[in-house]
Design a protein around this ligand. Structure first.
Ligand SMILES: C[S@@+](CC[C@H](N)C(=O)[O-])C[C@H]1O[C@@H](n2cnc3c(N)ncnc32)[C@H](O)[C@@H]1O
Length: 269
């Protein structure tokens, strides 16, 4: 880690791994600590495909952003955005539409601080450190209100984050709050860890995340589909990551079930 001073030391818990920093390690990033690397290595030894799953998740995110841009969307609210890595939402969106605007939201102080560092004073992006489980705080944030126009379609992204929202948190009500704030023609972009595909490995993976402040809740295909209440699922519906509208040979996998994450996009009715 090279720029610890970017984050107030009191906000960083070095005794426990963080989901954001462990994910950064899987993706080959440098914004992680020994405690994160140790957990990531243990997870990879139990489930060697994990880095591939994370890459497949990032590839889905990029395809979904392009899909939304092609559908005319120019605004993105990226919830649980993580530590910025190459191919982030604003980069992908702006390659296709230079006027695209993105608000990144993450509860992790490191993720938020590095996002701010990287984006600087870019007027088309903003970073908010907030908990997506508090939609009123996210939606009421001055940065969200000033950058996004809620009279125009918005893509709400919940990519690889809802498995950190338990049933007792009430994911349906949380999503409903975001859905009610956006106009018809907006999108929900979602990927999710699942026990489908590789049930044995998913179980031990979930156990490891009990060490972090954000334990995991795996969901089935039908439970993920249920999260799209009020949205119309676009083709091909809820599928394993590589099967969501692959565009290149790199996107395709001979055994998509081993890249066990689920992906889907829905259009608000
Ligand atoms: C696996 S990373 C996914 C990052 C990015 N969305 C992607 O798919 O590449 C999950 C991120 O969600 C964040 N997160 C977990 N629970 C959250 C919550 N309740 N509110 C906001 N962010 C959260 C974590 O800090 C982490 O950065």
């Amino acid at each position: 880690m090279t720029q610890e001073s970017a984050v107030p030391a009191t906000d960083i818990d070095l005794t426990r791994p963080s989901a954001a920093r462990v994910y950064d390690y899987y993706l080959g990033g440098a914004h992680n600590f020994a405690v994160d690397r140790e957990m990531a290595e243990q997870a990879i030894s139990l489930w060697p495909e994990l880095p591939m799953i994370m890459q497949a998740n990032r590839a889905f995110l990029r395809r979904a952003v392009r899909f939304c841009i092609d559908a005319g969307v120019r605004q993105f609210l990226d919830l649980g955005s993580g530590i910025p890595t190459v191919g982030n939402v604003h980069e992908v969106a702006r390659q296709a539409a230079s006027d695209a605007r993105v608000v990144y939201v993450d509860s992790d102080p490191i993720a938020a601080a590095y996002s701010k560092n990287i984006l600087g004073s870019d007027p088309q992006t903003a970073v908010v450190q907030a908990d997506l489980r508090r939609p009123e705080q996210v939606l009421g944030s001055p940065d969200v209100r000033s950058l996004l126009n809620f009279d125009e379609p918005i893509a709400v992204m919940m990519v690889a984050v809802l498995h950190f929202v338990s049933e007792s948190d009430g994911p349906a009500a949380i999503i409903a709050s975001y859905r009610d704030a956006i106009v018809p023609g907006s999108f929900l972009v979602l990927s999710h860890a699942s026990q489908e595909g590789q049930p044995d490995k998913a179980e031990s993976h979930r156990d490891l995340y009990r060490r972090t402040p954000t334990p995991m809740t795996m969901r089935s295909k039908s439970a993920v589909a249920d999260l799209f209440t009020g949205f119309e699922l676009v083709d091909p519906g809820v599928v394993f990551l590589p099967l969501w509208r692959p565009v290149s040979v790199e996107d395709v996998d001979e055994h998509p079930e081993r890249l066990a994450g689920l992906a889907a996009v829905g259009r608000k009715r």
